[in-house]
Design a binder for this molecule. Structure first.
Ligand code: ADE
Ligand code: ZN
Length: 322
């Protein structure tokens, strides 16, 4: 049995970032929208660096203007994930892109995404859960509106709250109100940190936002005392190696710190982040890790178990998936 075919739990996937480029190109054509030169000659997303990636991401997202568009997107994304062996997907959803943080509109988008999730569960055997996400470079005021949308729709399949975007802008403490609001609404918490920022950025996110998971977090490796604190506290890292390598944070799979973090006792999980942007899939992530670190099925099964334990879903869902 190859590791690529193992059942997988994915905890870090951006719904818009998982949009197949052909899907976005098709929607742009249908809606007669010019989204500029965001594709290369082969029809793949084209960007120069992370900051350009964020712009291309937002340009691609600009064609998703109706709940129905998100319904189609969700089905396309979950079909791809299921084909890669994913049985459970926790997906970042942003009110910023779905109805401009208006609670009424947001509910309509969520309804459409939920219906697509139910269909994907029936047709492809994959379970969807949502993590509502504010965008750091949009600033703390918009994040507060996002947190209100999250608090209004928390529960059932909406299980978490998080923050993505440009880690170089602002500080975690600027978003404390939003995280407190989400926590009070019963949502579990995660934050992107330690991707473009170093160990201090990870420390700040843990201390100021009280998160139990960190998106990426890999640059904690630059401070082994922090790595030990993370391991001791049981904080889970949503590691996306292919994303880090495609964006130039690490110079190849063997240089990626996931193996060191794992060996030092950190609970690491594996995800794709924005798969078509980084030319990856969950099956490829597993395959490349297997090749780079000679990890066997036992390690991957351990990672799948850690991922399931760290999933924000309820116990019944966890049991059903296990
Ligand atoms: N949004 C989508 N992908 C992201 C990433 N890798 N880092 C921060 N924000 C993101
Ligand atoms: Zn991410």
């Amino acid at each position: 049995m190859s590791v690529a075919s193992l059942p997988k739990v994915e905890l870090h996937l951006h719904l818009e970032g998982a949009a197949p480029p052909a899907f976005i190109a098709g929607l742009a054509k249908e809606k007669k929208r010019d989204i500029g030169g965001i594709f290369d000659a082969g029809g793949h997303y084209k960007y120069k660096d992370f900051w350009d990636f964020l712009k291309v991401y937002e340009a691609a997202t600009s064609v998703l203007v109706k709940p129905e568009d998100y319904h189609r997107l969700t089905l396309a994304v979950l079909e791809e994930s299921a084909a890669s062996g994913v049985v459970y997907s926790e997906t970042f959803l942003s009110p910023d892109f779905c109805g401009g943080r208006d609670v009424g509109a947001w509910r309509e988008y969520l309804h459409a995404i939920r219906e697509a999730g139910d269909k994907a569960e029936r047709d492809f055997g994959i379970t969807l859960r949502g993590i509502i996400t504010c965008i750091r470079h949009f600033g703390p005021d918009k994040a507060r509106e996002t947190a209100r949308c999250a608090a209004e729709t928390a529960g059932d399949w909406i299980v978490g709250f998080g923050i993505a975007g440009d880690e170089k802008i602002g500080a975690p403490k600027d978003f404390r109100w939003s995280f407190d609001c989400a926590r009070e609404a019963g949502l579990r918490l995660t934050a992107h940190a330690g991707e473009w920022g170093g160990p201090d950025s990870v420390r700040d996110a843990i201390r100021d936002l009280g998160v139990e998971r960190i998106g990426h977090g890999v640059r904690a490796i630059e401070d082994l005392a922090l790595v030990d604190e993370i391991a001791e506290a049981g904080i889970v890292l949503e590691v996306c190696p292919g994303s880090n390598i495609a964006l130039g944070i690490y110079d190849g799979w063997r240089k990626h710190p996931i193996s060191q973090l794992y060996e030092r006792g950190v609970k690491v999980t594996v995800s794709t982040d924005d798969p078509p942007f980084f030319h990856t899939t969950m099956a490829r992530e597993y395959e490349m890790l297997n090749r780079a670190f000679d990890w066997d099925e036992g390690v991957f099964e351990g990672i799948a178990r850690a991922s399931l334990d760290a999933a924000f879903c309820d116990a019944d869902t966890r049991e059903r998936i296990a």
